[in-house]
Design a protein around this ligand. Structure first.
Ligand code: ADP
Ligand code: MG
Length: 306
């Protein structure tokens, strides 16, 4: 038996959109996740989180590289075998819950237990109730359908469903993405406790640092590459532009505004617009020019002071 829940070896994923047009969603991703671990993978939208999670979850296949789950190489496993594998080994939780709208809470959790064929309907029913209790879903909503539940309640049901067949590995894709901060934090706290007490392995992907930091270990993903430490230069661009970039941006705006001012003057002199229109527009443009000039200066100061 392997000591790892997940072993990825140099995984690439390339989407071919058309002749000569490719998206490299994952680039040489290697990752070892120990049994009982709780890791998060954090990255901005489009960085490859869902692609990576789908490959670990055997819902998608890599273009290159190998994937082992619980010591079993699933890279080339046939679809039929994979379906069984997923049913007993994996639990999934998604941003938008993906509950079945015509079933109530108990029935939603019961369904995968019945599908696994491991127990009778009665046993499945009692297990579903135990699970709903485990995720602290109030008993008053157990017979409610998803539309009759709050977002947080739905995510608890989805979590209970993910746990239904005692999977070795639970994967969560933006689990709090559709929840408010407090409700989301509660779902993550619950996940922490489950990991602590059950010894099951959890992998959560999210763009949200508050979610990511609930895990025992955080990985970072950017442009399909996985990092163990935050890639400073790469993570930064969301926060601010570099001084030369800001300078270039301001300088362009300045140039455009000055051009507009000249054009405006010509149109007034040519009799296209009235003096008043000219005066009002000029005032607006000039004040914008001043603001941008100030911005340019502060961009310079920021560099000088750092
Ligand atoms: P994330 O979950 O971090 O937002 P994704 O894994 O969904 O990122 O996407 C990673 C990259 O792969 C993006 O550039 C996305 O557009 C592309 N991509 C994802 N799925 C497909 C697909 N089925 N076909 C083509 N490109 C895809
Ligand atoms: Mg995604």
């Amino acid at each position: 038996m392997s000591e790892y829940a997940v072993e990825l070896e140099n995984v690439d994923k390339v989407y071919r959109l058309g002749p000569g047009v490719e998206v490299h969603a994952l680039n040489g991703v290697s990752l070892l996740v120990g049994k009982g671990d709780f890791i998060s993978i954090m990255g901005p939208s489009g960085s490859g989180k869902t692609t990576l999670l789908n490959i670990i979850g055997t819902m998608d296949r890599p273009t290159a590289g190998r994937v082992k789950i619980d010591g079993v190489d699933v890279t080339d496993m046939g679809e039929g075998q994979l379906a069984d594998f997923r049913c007993v080994k994996m639990g999934y939780l998604f941003q938008f819950f993906n509950l079945i709208s015509t079933l109530d809470a108990v029935e939603n959790v019961k369904l995968p237990i019945i599908l696994s064929g491991r127990c009778t309907e009665r046993e499945a029913d009692s297990r579903a109730r135990d699970l709903l209790e485990l995720v602290s879903l109030q008993e008053t909503v157990w017979r409610n359908r998803p539309v009759q539940m709050s977002g947080g309640e739905r995510q608890r049901v989805a979590l209970a469903r993910a746990l239904a067949n005692e999977p070795a590995l639970i994967m969560m894709d933006e689990p709090t993405g559709a929840l408010d901060t407090v409700t989301g934090a509660n779902v993550m706290k619950l996940t922490q406790m489950l990991n602590e007490f059950s010894g099951q392995t959890f992998i959560v992907v999210s763009h949200n640092p508050l979610v990511a930091k609930m895990a025992k270990k955080i990985y970072y993903i950017r442009d399909g590459r996985l990092y163990e430490n935050p890639p400073e230069s790469l993570m930064k661009f969301e926060a601010e532009l570099s001084y030369p970039e800001r300078r270039a941006l301001f300088a362009n705006q300045l140039r455009l505004l000055k051009e507009s001012l000249l054009m405006l003057e010509k149109r007034w002199q040519g009799g296209d617009i009235s003096r008043d229109t000219y005066a009002v527009a000029k005032l607006k443009i000039t004040s914008q020019l001043e603001r941008i000039t100030a911005g340019l200066e502060s961009a310079g100061r920021a560099v000088g002071s750092s």
